[in-house]
Design a protein around this ligand. Sequence first.
Ligand code: PEP
Ligand code: MN
Length: 346
Amino acid sequence: MIIIMKAGAQEEEVNHVIQRVQELGFTPHVSRGVERTIIGVIGDERSLARSNFEVLPGVERVVRVLHPFKMASREWKQEDTVVAINGVSIGNGRLIIIAGPCSVESRSQLLETAHAVKEAGAHMLRGGAYKPRTSPYSFQGLGLKGLEILAEARETYGLPVVTEVLSPDLVPLVSEYADMLQIGARNMQNFALLHAVGKVNRPVLLKRGMMSTIQELLMSAEYILSSGNMQVVLCERGIRTFETYTRNTTDVNAIPALKQLTHLPVIGDPSHSTGKWDLVTPVARAMVAAGADGLIVEVHPRPEEALSDGAQSLRPENFARLVREVQALWETLRHIAVEPVTATTS
Ligand code: PEP
Ligand code: MN
């Protein structure tokens, strides 16, 4: 439930509503906009009547959010959320490109890649220091050493860094080194981890689980938001279907669907959603055309030597071409100025 205060409602009227919400055993979430204050009521609201609040002074109206996700919904917040990551904004009308290797393998490999992706026009650097591998015998990442290398690359090239955090106990350490915390597909429903990243002051990149619905992705985002962290970016990275030719199946539908359902920025990962380097650029174009706010792309100077995900990694020159193409596409789309299709305009 959302309580929308009248424009110009007095501070004591807002406080009175907050107090009432608390008295009824719910947690208020207050969002003060330029025009008006909105108070979200968090908790199992089935027992709560709208009329509990509609009569209070300063209240304009009370809206029930029908979705099970509340704070992630467009009803809760109509304007797009812009997530700021150490100088880079996602969701702010520019196409943001995050690029780098799947794993940090060595200092020279990461610095070489960071240099190349920066030259090609990437805005942020990615690279796994802790890797969630299907096999315990596969390369598991450099751990702390990998975080140190990422931090050095950030200093050298001025690119904010995103890296995966695998477990709640690693959240403080990874937060010390990274500008953004990645929750990988395999951990999308690791609720203890979602709760832990919800408690820190670091933006979160939440990837869709490979067998998760759009609603489940939004419920996972809700865990982070309701734990106190509003800086969440969602990522469509492909889902598992009966198709085996590609590693996953890109759910292009999810991008515009998410943009309708939530105010959170949405980016696409054409690397994991295809698993094949020569499909990455065409699918990146599709993601941008569908309305993604950005892309996260795997790049390796020598994919044949990569310790993980070499088959889907672009060489720097192919990545540079991808950037040129998707930025040109983005510019073209901006000029078309398409009206979003809503239930009332279809
Ligand atoms: C990755 O980004 O390298 C990764 C492991 O992604 P996902 O969690 O989407 O599989
Ligand atoms: Mn990878």
